[in-house]
Design a protein around this ligand. Structure first.
Ligand SMILES: *Cc1c(COP(=O)(O)O)cnc(C)c1O
Length: 385
């Protein structure tokens, strides 16, 4: 069988469009050149609508976690009280990062597979009798595939506290709506290898005017991740304080062009369609979804098959069809598998992975569900166009 084609359906890294790869292969330019200053300004400003930011988006060289750490390092001083909403492994990571910077972390822990509701946050904040410096939340919790109601959580945070609202948007920014000002988001971070269709290695940080002041006054020791350096380099010379991943930034400009050509609203719509197609397909072959339709993310879907079979299905897909999906993390390890459908992903790609799953179930236990998932997904698609 011809298996030199590989199908990547992990919730990061994600496939890279051909035209983005081509642009990343262009001759290197110096990062202190006019050409780079122009490139960086183009990228930072064209990302503004995608981040719902009134300010140019800052770029750091590092994986998504470097963006989370940057958000913490530039805000938290030892002994500060912060709230971290934990709906899964990435919320938990945000909490650990805050602890590493000496914060008193109040974890609002939600059952994995559920969103944090605005009422839960309101309850939690009302019962706290300490002054909170910041509330940290995860927009799409990649480990479970929920999409948290960030707009409402921001509204509650703003109404009940005068703290900052800091959002990890790594696995959905570029595929979902967001508006920092009206949603009361002070810092929004993302990474390159999820919905933004780039290789791993770039971190993105959008900062509100209010957060800028806190960052400026923050006494915590930091160097590479000091946002003040990035802010002033950008303001003064449209540059970065250290050598950035120039090729990835060139790729990021091409990604911005692609999103503009499709239309950002259309990109958001496409992800809604991908979500509906995959969910209806999975239901049609009786693979139980971890998350309800209402709480599910348009970028990643988690499946909880019969006990002990999640990793087997994942392995059959890999070994027989060169389809790579992801397993569960931490407490969901071995319990679920996850399918990423973000960024450079089309309805045909959803049909591919559903097709693979129908075949895999047959290999697993002889189950004949041929065509069922495909049919359900096609019905969704045909109603859409
Ligand atoms: C992928 C991801 C990150 C960052 O992970 P890296 O491996 O450091 O790039 C952070 N938060 C969420 C929600 C993610 O999905």
């Amino acid at each position: 069988m011809l298996l030199n084609q590989h199908y990547l359906f992990t919730p990061g890294p994600t496939p890279i469009p051909e035209r983005v790869k081509l642009v990343m292969n262009q001759p290197m330019i110096g990062h202190r050149s006019q050409a780079f200053a122009h490139l960086l300004e183009e990228v930072s400003t064209r990302l503004m609508p995608i981040f719902g930011s009134k300010e140019p988006v800052l770029l750091l060289t590092g994986s998504g976690t470097s963006a989370l750490e940057t958000a913490a390092a530039n805000i938290i001083e030892e002994g500060d009280h912060v709230v971290v909403i934990v709906t899964g492994a990435f919320g938990d990571r945000f909490a650990s990062i805050c602890e590493a910077f000496g914060a008193n972390v109040h974890r609002l822990i939600v059952q994995w597979g559920k969103i944090c509701t605005p009422d839960q946050l309101e309850d939690f904040l009302t019962k706290l009798d300490v002054k909170i410096k910041a509330v940290f939340a995860t927009y799409c919790e990649t480990s479970t595939g929920v999409l948290n109601p960030i707009q409402q959580l921001g509204e509650v945070t703003k109404r009940l506290t005068d703290s900052l609202f800091i959002v990890d948007g790594v696995s959905c920014i570029g595929a979902v709506p967001v508006d920092m000002e009206s949603w009361h988001i002070d810092i929004l971070v993302s990474g390159s290898q999820k919905a933004l269709m780039l290789p791993p290695g770039l971190a993105f940080i959008a900062v509100s005017e209010v957060a800028k002041k806190v960052i400026h006054d923050c006494q915590t020791k930091r160097f590479y991740l000091d946002l003040n350096r990035y802010l002033s380099s950008y303001e003064k010379e449209k540059s970065t304080p250290f050598t950035p991943a120039v090729s990835l930034i060139a790729g990021a400009l091409e990604v911005c062009y692609m999103i503009e050509e499709e239309g950002f609203n259309q990109v958001i719509e496409r992800h809604q369609l991908l979500k509906k197609m995959i969910r209806e397909g999975l239901k049609a072959i009786e693979l139980p979804l971890l998350v309800s339709d209402a709480q599910g993310s348009p970028t990643v879907t988690a499946v909880k098959p019969a006990s002990g079979t999640a990793n087997m299905i994942k392995k059959i897909l890999q070994d027989n069809y060169s389809i790579t999906i992801a397993g569960g993390q931490k407490q969901l390890k071995g319990e679920i598998f996850r399918i990423g459908h973000m960024g450079y992903c089309t309805p045909f790609d959803i049909l591919k992975v559903l097709n693979g799953l129908e075949m895999a179930l047959h290999k697993l236990d002889g189950r004949n569900v041929f065509g069922k998932a495909i049919k359900a997904a096609e019905e969704v698609w045909s109603q859409h166009v």
